[in-house]
Design a protein around this ligand. Structure first.
Ligand SMILES: NC(=O)c1ccc[n+]([C@@H]2O[C@H](COP(=O)([O-])OP(=O)(O)OC[C@H]3O[C@@H](n4cnc5c(N)ncnc54)[C@H](O)[C@@H]3O)[C@@H](O)[C@H]2O)c1
Length: 330
């Protein structure tokens, strides 16, 4: 039984703690948050101990693994401290906003022989995983194009924008990881255009809210990503992979398969599952399970700091392209 602690009792920490409490492979020992009240509330609902000092939690000898769900600028220090203490780590994305810090973390973690998984949850979504599996089985021949649409229902609070690292590093980073995974090759050329069409205050804060990216791999495979911080119809998460022998489509999810017909319209369906906590609930469960399975089995982590580094490198390149208007080579 793997003994696990969750650091951070905010939005994502609450998901990870609930999943750890319910997973038969592990026992949730503690949640730690610098806000003692937040830790206490989550500990109570998940039946574990609360702590307000993450360092003390990392020092515990009865903790084998930790999930880092704290703000991005705290990830590297916590990850390396956990690694030095011999714990396995599931670290939220992005590892850091500074690629040099991610590189340093990767080499230090490698030197320590640490087991670190980066939490790109979408790879564990059953629909996305089915797309990846079908590509691997040759269902659509050779991949030619990947099209990713990813739009949020509403922008984050303005106060979040300055610390987010910008839309490319905060939001598109998930899509860069999906692109690498589904293309099966590393993008080499990247071109991006970005605007502020949702809220001028996002632009004043130095960020964009609407963007398009195109990428090309060395063999010529192509990928298009489009993001927007606000979609009137909800959380829009679609993927299309086009190959020499066909196409794969992964559509949005709804609460049920109900379709209503009446005198005014047909095919009326419920709204899309709203935002990531609902849309990717199963993905978060399966992500944690994959992390625990890799510890149990002594196998490689399904995603590593290197995956985090490559996604961040694409985000940096896309931002450079959006600002300069040039195609950027990575
Ligand atoms: N994979 C995903 O789908 C996904 C979704 C949301 C957030 N995230 C990532 O998760 C991280 C946290 O985001 P969030 O939305 O949950 O933030 P949040 O602000 O809701 O929660 C963060 C919590 O961490 C606590 N905290 C701050 N410093 C700490 C420290 N040193 N030790 C322990 N606790 C500390 C805060 O008090 C807060 O309760 C970010 O890196 C974000 O990018 C990932």
């Amino acid at each position: 039984m793997i003994r696990i602690a969750v650091l951070g009792a905010g939005r994502i920490g609450r998901i990870h703690a609930a999943n750890a409490a319910a997973n038969p492979r592990c026992r949730l020992v503690a949640v730690a948050d610098v806000l003692a009240e937040a830790a206490a509330r989550l500990a109570k609902s998940t039946g574990c101990e609360a702590a307000s000092d993450p360092a003390a939690t990392l020092a515990r000898t009865d903790v084998d693994a930790v999930v880092i769900g704290t703000p991005t600028d705290t990830h590297v220090a916590l990850l390396l401290e956990a690694a030095r203490r011999g714990k396995s780590v599931l670290c939220e994305k992005p590892v850091d906003l500074d690629i040099r810090k991610v590189e340093e973390a990767a080499s230090e973690a490698a030197r320590l022989g640490a087991k670190v998984m980066v939490a790109f949850n979408r790879r564990f979504d059953p629909g996305m995983a089915a797309v990846h599996r079908a590509i691997g089985e040759g269902a659509i021949g050779t991949v030619r194009q990947v099209v990713i649409s990813s739009r949020d229902p509403a922008p984050p609070p303005l106060s979040y924008i300055p610390s987010s690292g910008g839309i490319f590093r905060d939001m598109t980073i998930h899509d860069f990881d999906m692109a690498r995974w589904l293309l099966g090759e590393e993008p080499r050329e990247i071109s991006a255009t970005a605007s502020t069409l949702v809220d001028p205050a996002i632009g004043t804060a130095g960020d964009f809210d609407t963007l398009m990216v195109t990428m090309r791999t060395a063999s010529g495979r192509q990928c298009h990503i489009n993001n927007c911080r606000q979609a009137a119809y909800g959380y829009d998460q679609r993927i299309e992979v086009f190959g020499s022998g066909g196409m794969l489509l992964n559509d949005n999810l709804r609460p049920s398969t109900l379709r209503r017909y009446d005198a005014h319209a047909t095919e009326i369906r419920e709204p899309l599952l709203n935002f990531f906590l609902e849309r990717y609930a199963e993905a978060y469960r399966l992500e944690l399970d994959a992390f625990l399975a890799a510890i149990e089995g002594g196998t490689e982590m399904p995603l590593t700091i290197e995956d985090g580094r490559r996604a961040l490198m694409l985000a940096d390149a896309a931002l450079e392209s959006a600002r300069s208007g040039r195609v950027v080579t990575v």
